[in-house]
Ligand binder design. Structure first.
Ligand code: ADP
Ligand code: TYD
Length: 216
């Protein structure tokens, strides 16, 4: 039986994932859980090298399929080297982006469609999150939040691309209602955080019998 718990965060760039992840991590650690925080693309030495290639604004000639496969390659390494062992050892894994990002960005944003799901069935296998928080905020608002950041190759994409990604996330939300929890991310940081904590405490509370080392 699975000992740990796997949580992923999704949303358009600047939706507040990093902010909310820090908030949840702090809460879970206070409760005595051992938390592993990780991200995609990246999370391993090989994955971080792949990340640099994918996000480098100089690699403008990269084809959509190359991009999809590089994200999946980073993920395959991440799952085997980091995520699976951490879950097996009873940790709560919080991952900043996972398979849904590929479906939204490469499947919908780049228009690659279904093949992205197929590639990722090989990359992630059965290792899918127990719950995914989708931070929902329209790209015009999230884009404004990161206006002053040095933007990577994907963030530099057009507003049409980011809108297609947003639409992709809405489709995923409808297709996987048992796993994906959509959170209104246009609210204040504190409101969003307490919403997420409420969900997580219920979900991990239900698993209490399985996660024997921890008390909620
Ligand atoms: P992401 O990891 O999804 O790119 P971040 O957590 O880095 O997003 O947030 C992007 C920017 O928006 C940061 O400057 C952060 O402080 C700010 N931010 C995050 N959440 C909110 C919020 N709910 N309201 C307003 N600004 C926010
Ligand atoms: P990230 O570091 O999470 O950016 P941010 O903190 O700004 O949200 O992700 C890097 C970029 O890679 C982001 O624009 C989303 C994109 N991405 C994909 O296109 N496909 C994927 O499978 C993943 C994991 C990320």
């Amino acid at each position: 039986m699975k000992k740990g718990y796997f949580i992923s965060f999704e949303g358009v760039d600047g939706s507040g994932k990093s902010t909310q992840i820090m908030c949840l991590k702090e809460y879970l650690e206070k409760k005595g859980f051992e938390v592993l925080l990780t991200r995609e693309p990246g999370g391993t030495e090989i994955g971080e090298k792949i990340r640099r290639i994918i996000l480098d604004p100089e690699n403008m000639e990269m084809s959509a399929m190359t991009e999809a496969m590089l994200y999946a390659a980073s993920r395959a390494q991440h799952v085997e080297e980091v995520i699976k062992p951490a879950i097996e050892s009873g940790k709560v894994v919080i991952c900043d982006r996972f398979v849904d990002s590929s479906i939204a960005y490469q499947g919908f944003g780049r228009g690659l469609g279904e093949c992205v799901e197929i590639i990722n069935r090989y990359a992630a296998g059965e290792c899918m999150p127990d719950v995914t928080f989708l931070l929902k905020v329209k790209p015009v608002i999230s884009g404004d939040r990161i206006r002053n950041r040095k933007l990577d190759r994907i963030e530099q994409e057009t507003s049409e691309f980011h809108q297609a990604v947003y639409n992709g996330y809405e489709k995923l939300e409808n297709d996987f209602p048992d796993r994906i929890i959509a959170v209104d991310a246009a609210r204040s940081i504190d409101e969003i955080c307490s919403d997420i904590i409420n969900h997580v405490s219920k979900l991990i509370g239900q698993k209490k019998g399985e996660m024997t080392d921890y008390a909620f």
